[in-house]
Design a protein around this ligand. Structure first.
Ligand code: DQA
Length: 145
């Protein structure tokens, strides 16, 4: 039984902290990774934390998580609203999936209101900013019991 939680991040999140800070905040990706790592270690889980701007790379990581992960947390960023490939990969997982967003997409433009990923997600956490990364790891640990 694996004790690894995967936390995957989609496009443009490498620029967190400088990217539209009025929406996404001033914390960098390294800052949110540190939050997530702290919470994972409190709960006794290892954390695989990655970011990619490439859809296919994220699909491959989801397939890896299918083999090696106890749970998957994913902020798919813009791919949330576009990617059937990511949805199809997620549908093959048998572990808890948490969809995570810094902002609350439902308060934003209409094209952000639809999520392909939600069709496969166990839970959705949105609108908590950087804090959401710690909350998502806590939630994953809770779901894993
Ligand atoms: C996001 C919301 C998406 O709509 C957007 O494309 C992102 C980030 C969020 O974390 O709030 O890149 O996933």
């Amino acid at each position: 039984m694996t004790s690894t939680i995967y936390l995957l991040n989609g496009p443009n999140l490498n620029l967190l902290g400088t990217r539209e800070p009025e929406i996404y905040g001033h914390d960098t990706l390294a800052d949110v990774e540190a939050r997530a790592r702290t919470r994972a270690s409190v709960h006794g889980y290892d954390l695989v934390f990655r970011q990619s701007n490439h859809e296919g790379e994220i699909v491959s990581w989801i397939q890896e998580a299918r083999e090696n992960g106890a749970a998957l947390i994913i902020n798919p960023a813009a791919f949330t609203h576009t990617s059937v490939a990511i949805l199809d990969a997620l549908k093959m997982l048998e572990v808890p999936i948490i969809e995570l967003h810094l902002s609350n997409p439902h308060r934003r433009e209409p094209f952000r209101h639809h999520s392909y990923v939600s069709l496969a997600a166990t839970a959705v956490i949105a609108g908590l900013g950087a804090k959401g990364y710690g909350v998502a790891v806590d939630a994953a640990a809770e779901l894993l019991g």
